[in-house]
Design a protein around this ligand. Structure first.
Ligand code: GRF
Length: 199
């Protein structure tokens, strides 16, 4: 059984996609043991509660420093015996200590075709704004392992969407989000089937 921790900061639609895939048996042999949120207001926490999934808030308000946040996250991951950490809309850059502790066991979903429109400052709607402003004809989403760079780890899966002249950042975000959910679930499925190494 693959023990998964999902780390969130916002609406949690990627979390919901994983929950639904597990419940619909699209992902066999996996369990979300804990949801870790950087914000107590994240709707993702409500989604976890709706499905009886344990959640913890590890935020600046309670833990003050990034170091204390990192230590608390590691403590929770160890306590839950986590095999795979999924960053799903998690908006804080992970510290090296956590990445080293969970080398090639942390995956992230990014709303662009990495290496385009990624790295510092490229997140959420900013990504889609940049894609539209650049006049791109395609965009998409990427699932990658998290290493100590920003959005630079080994790419596990990507899928494209077409960008039309009528697209706005909002309509593009909606198209990309559908693909995010799809490739995140597919990647977790493949990790469960041992197609990717996770210690
Ligand atoms: C999504 O746009 C995703 O690309 C990024 O965070 C945003 C919110 O995701 N990673 P979610 O709805 O909170 O899963």
């Amino acid at each position: 059984m693959l023990n998964i921790a999902v780390m969130v900061s916002g609406g949690g639609t990627n979390l919901q996609a994983i929950i639904d895939a597990i419940e619909n048996k699209k992902i066999g042999q996996a369990k979300i043991s804990v949801v870790i949120s950087s914000k107590k207001s994240a709707y993702a926490l409500k989604r976890a509660e709706n499905h009886g999934i344990k959640s913890v808030v590890v935020d600046k308000e309670t833990y003050q420093t990034q170091e204390k946040i990192t230590d608390e996250i590691i403590k929770v991951l160890k306590a839950e015996n986590i095999d795979l950490v999924v960053l799903a809309g998690y908006m804080t850059i992970l510290e090296k200590k956590l990445i080293d502790e969970y080398k090639e066991q942390i995956i992230n979903i990014h709303p662009s075709l990495i290496p385009k429109y990624c790295g510092k400052g490229f997140y959420g709607m900013k990504v889609h704004q940049a894609v539209i402003e650049a006049g791109e004809v395609e965009s998409g989403a990427t699932v990658h392992f998290v290493d100590d760079g920003v959005d630079t780890g080994r790419i596990l899966k990507q899928e494209k969407v077409q960008v039309t002249k009528e697209d706005t950042p909002e309509t593009l975000a909606k198209k990309v989000l559908v693909v995010e959910h799809k490739i995140l679930v597919e990647t977790i499925q493949r990790i469960c089937n041992n197609n990717f190494t996770v210690k």
